[in-house]
Design a protein around this ligand. Structure first.
Ligand SMILES: Nc1ncnc2c1ncn2[C@@H]1O[C@H](COP(=O)(O)OP(=O)(O)OP(=O)(O)O)[C@@H](O)[C@H]1O
Ligand SMILES: [Mg+2]
Length: 316
């Protein structure tokens, strides 16, 4: 029996789709022409500015962007025969910014004209793999159809492969993915994400997948100073701020939180700030007749943070 061949409808059927951002490429000859035509530099600057830390990730993204810009120039001179392979792997612990960076990456690829739409479809095993025989192929194809023209982000991709399970339908999903990653790479970029050690094991047992992934980006954990800077950044965008002594309280919160189970980097910071905002609201809520000032409404007080159970006296 021949292996089925998959082609997901995309560009060809989608002629009404808006032209890629970089379409009016009057055969750029210089790096600057490509940069200004695509405005890709703006996205990279934003990424540098908005995201705290992540120096190695930012450097890799600049390298990839440089490669893509030069590939464009080569294409304009007829030197480039093939779309470069752009599939990527983002490894790192939870909350290290993988999803956030995937969105920025999609934007960069879109601006440079490597994908038509630049959207991100984020999935896990359950979105791709069916429960019964015959369910997996239609599920996977449906997801691929949605992702065409953009980025398919597969979180915890190693769950696709269950070596202990002889009749695992995950294998079927992987085979379809592999074909589409190879044959339709001019219209779809796949980013697999997850913990580094599990991803390494996954790649070892799936050399086909591993060999199709051109760029491996490793997301480091944030240190305490970076987590505090991330907190400042998050509060700023939500129109809150740390009041007198609150940043110090939060620092001591973060210090206690890091070694505990399920610590999830920036995500834990976001969750802790959400809880502090709840406490601030309850604090303001009881004082029903007082006119609340802008300061009242925007300021987190040390008490809003110190009420966390991480500060509970264990001897009590
Ligand atoms: N370097 C950073 N600077 C500022 N905010 C950040 C940074 N990294 C992550 N965040 C914020 O932290 C939250 C979690 O980030 P994100 O979802 O991108 O992480 P993730 O690695 O995909 O996590 P998970 O593995 O849990 O899916 C988001 O709200 C994001 O905006
Ligand atoms: Mg994520």
């Amino acid at each position: 029996m021949n292996a089925p061949s998959y082609h997901i409808p995309g560009a060809a059927l989608d002629s009404a789709a808006p032209a890629p951002a970089a379409a009016p490429d009057k055969a750029a000859r210089t790096v600057n022409e490509v940069l200004s035509q695509s405005q890709v530099e703006a996205v990279m600057d934003e990424l540098d500015r908005d995201l705290i830390g992540l120096a190695p990730v930012k450097a890799r993204i600049r390298d990839i962007a440089a490669l893509l810009v030069v590939d464009k120039l080569r294409l304009n001179l007829g030197l480039q025969a093939q779309t470069p392979s752009l599939h990527m792997s983002f490894t790192g612990n939870p909350g290290t910014g993988k999803t956030t960076v995937a969105m920025r990456m999609a934007e960069i690829l879109h601006r440079l004209g490597y994908v038509r739409k630049g959207h991100v479809v984020s999935v896990t095993r359950d979105d791709l793999v069916g429960q019964y025989i015959g369910h997996t192929a239609p599920k996977t194809k449906e997801v691929l159809k949605k992702a065409m023209g953009g980025v398919l982000f597969i979180d915890e991709a190693y769950y696709l492969y269950r070596p202990e399970n002889e009749r695992d339908y995950g294998q079927e999903a992987i085979e379809i993915l592999l074909q589409v990653m190879e044959n339709q790479r001019d219209d779809l970029v796949v980013i697999v994400a997850g913990y580094k050690d599990r991803m390494d094991t996954f790649f070892k047992s799936n050399p086909g997948l591993s060999s199709r992934i051109a760029h491996h980006l490793d997301f480091p954990d944030y240190d305490q100073g970076e987590l505090l800077d991330i907190a400042d950044r998050m509060l700023g965008t939500m129109n809150y701020r740390f009041g007198e002594g609150a940043r110090e309280a939060f620092e001591s919160y973060v210090q206690r939180r890091i070694p505990l189970p399920h610590f999830a980097n920036a995500r834990s910071v976001r969750n802790a700030l959400d809880r502090a905002r709840l406490r601030q609201a309850s604090r303001l809520f009881v004082d029903r007749d007082r006119a609340l000032t802008r300061d009242d409404l925007t300021t987190l007080m040390p008490a809003d943070i110190l009420a966390s159970r991480l500060f509970a006296d264990r001897s009590a």
